[in-house]
Design a protein around this ligand. Structure first.
Ligand SMILES: Nc1nc2c(c(=O)[nH]1)N[C@H]1C(S)=C(S)[C@@H](COP(=O)(O)O)O[C@H]1N2
Ligand SMILES: [Mo]
Length: 444
């Protein structure tokens, strides 16, 4: 990573009441790549840690004398008619992995999971994955056609779609290739790049089932073809089961219209299914009676198995979890209390339990799940931990409502080999060195 990527902000994670007594309160940089070594730990962050440890409050200049922002007139309202993050959060951005793709159009930019709280991904930090660049489509010229095995082929304008009954639901979106590089080695330096093709949003739109009813779909039809309006000819086969269950033809994302990068003005939301089937800039749905074997499901998005065969149409994102802090590239600044935090999700239902191990999977203890725990959505988990300064191996393991338990990497590789690219949901390991440095390792 280049030096302009070095984050400069840290945040103090206060300990819960029960941990305050007797424990030294510590801090972790939530995006930081070793603040000490790079000499970037300073100012309010450093002072806050010192203050909580009970020393030198009076010597903090911002406490002795009120700072300039307390003595001056603030900026007028609507200086930014569309609000922007603080100047001090400028390093929390989506990032491309240098050298991963040959062009910036057929590429990916990852979400900074190490800096996220809760379960919603801010729309401006939603990962981007395009096969031929993104487009900003004039909604007045956009149409959605439904044809194929239907009574009446229909064409909808955006205005017509937005007048129909709508639903808003929270769901995760994960690219099937998320964590793909972990099939090989553990060279990926941060959780942003290992797991950052993942987001959680509230999606608003028309239930797909309603549109299919309106077109009068043939009850014997088993499949749908979804087609995007960008230049990538993105077409994907969708099972009628998913289509009629909880799929949404969405125009809304986190309370506003979709962002262009996310498919404005219309995209398909197929909860639990891999990202590639969430066709962006959606312009056509064809009802059919067999899978379409489109280019992005015949030659790409197939899983190469150890015996040389290919698994096709592996749609569902199996249960998976990852610790987002502390995570690789960060550094524990001092011994003491840490809140280990992360995300868990399952494409088959809800998260029922998350366990955390600090010794590489030998012992497991249950983490706290933050509510609401929703089907096919990210669930935030937290785990209290006091770091004594020893080497540690951090892992998380999710259980879902089908009884499935997230596998260790060796268990997954025993079945799948290492050439799959897609659908790697193995347990992730972060190693903590006695120096406090955290890095990405694979066990066994
Ligand atoms: N039309 C179209 N839809 C598309 C794509 C695309 O390139 N074109 N990329 C797909 C892939 S591979 C993924 S993972 C998701 C990514 O959605 P996002 O860019 O909103 O994160 O969109 C999917 N839908
Ligand atoms: Mo994807």
């Amino acid at each position: 990573m280049s030096s302009d990527e070095v984050p400069h902000q840290g945040v103090l994670r206060p300990a819960p009441e029960s941990f305050l007594s007797g424990e030294l309160i510590s801090a972790i940089s939530r995006d930081g790549i070793d603040h000490h070594r790079r000499g970037l730990l300073r100012g309010a962050f450093g002072a806050a840690v010192a203050a909580m440890a009970g020393s030198a409050v009076a010597s903090d200049p911002d406490i002795v004398t009120p700072p300039e922002w307390s003595r001056t007139l603030g900026k007028p309202v609507a200086t930014n008619p569309y609000g922007l993050p603080s100047l001090y959060e400028q390093n929390i951005i989506r990032r491309q992995s240098p050298g991963l793709t040959q062009t910036d159009q057929a590429s990916v930019a990852f979400t900074p999971l190490q800096s996220m709280f809760g379960m919603i991904t801010p729309s401006g930090l939603h990962f981007e994955r395009h096969h031929q660049g993104w487009v900003d489509i004039d909604p007045r010229r956009h149409r959605l056609m439904i044809n194929g095995l239907v009574d009446t082929p229909v064409v909808f304008t955006m205005e017509e779609l937005m007048r129909m009954p709508s639903v808003s639901r929270m769901h995760f979106l994960e690219c099937g290739a998320n964590t793909a590089l972990e099939w090989g080695n553990s060279a990926v330096p941060t959780v942003q790049y290992t797991h950052g093709m993942l987001s959680g949003s509230e999606w608003t739109g028309v239930p797909l089932s309603l549109l299919l009813e309106r077109a009068g779909y043939d009850r014997r039809a088993q499949f749908l073809l979804a087609e995007g309006a960008d230049g990538s000819s993105m077409t994907r086969t969708i099972n009628m089961e998913n289509a009629l269950d909880d799929a949404i033809v969405a125009y809304g994302q986190n309370g506003e219209m979709l962002r262009p990068e996310q498919g404005y003005p219309l995209r398909l939301v197929v909860p639990g299914v891999q990202g590639v089937s969430w066709v962006k800039w959606l312009r056509r749905l064809e009802v059919g009676d067999m899978p379409y074997a489109a280019k992005d499901e015949a030659s790409h998005y197939v899983d190469l198995m150890p015996d040389g065969s290919q698994r096709q149409y592996t749609a569902i994102q199996e249960a998976k979890s990852v610790i987002t802090a502390p995570s690789a590239g960060q550094k524990l600044q001092t011994k003491g209390y840490y809140c280990i935090t992360g995300l868990a999700w399952s494409g088959r239902g809800t998260v029922t339990k998350v366990e955390v191990s600090v010794d590489g999977g030998r012992n497991w203890r249950e983490a706290r799940l933050e509510g609401p725990v929703l089907p096919k959505m990210l669930t935030r988990f937290n785990f209290d931990w006091v770091w004594q300064g020893d080497a540690a191996l951090l892992q998380s393991r999710v259980h879902d409502s089908t009884g499935y338990i997230q596998p260790q990497r060796a268990e997954l590789v025993a079945v799948r080999g290492t050439r799959s690219i897609y659908h790697n949901n193995a347990i992730q390991t972060w190693r903590i060195a006695p120096s406090g440095e955290v890095d990405n390792v694979q066990l066994g």
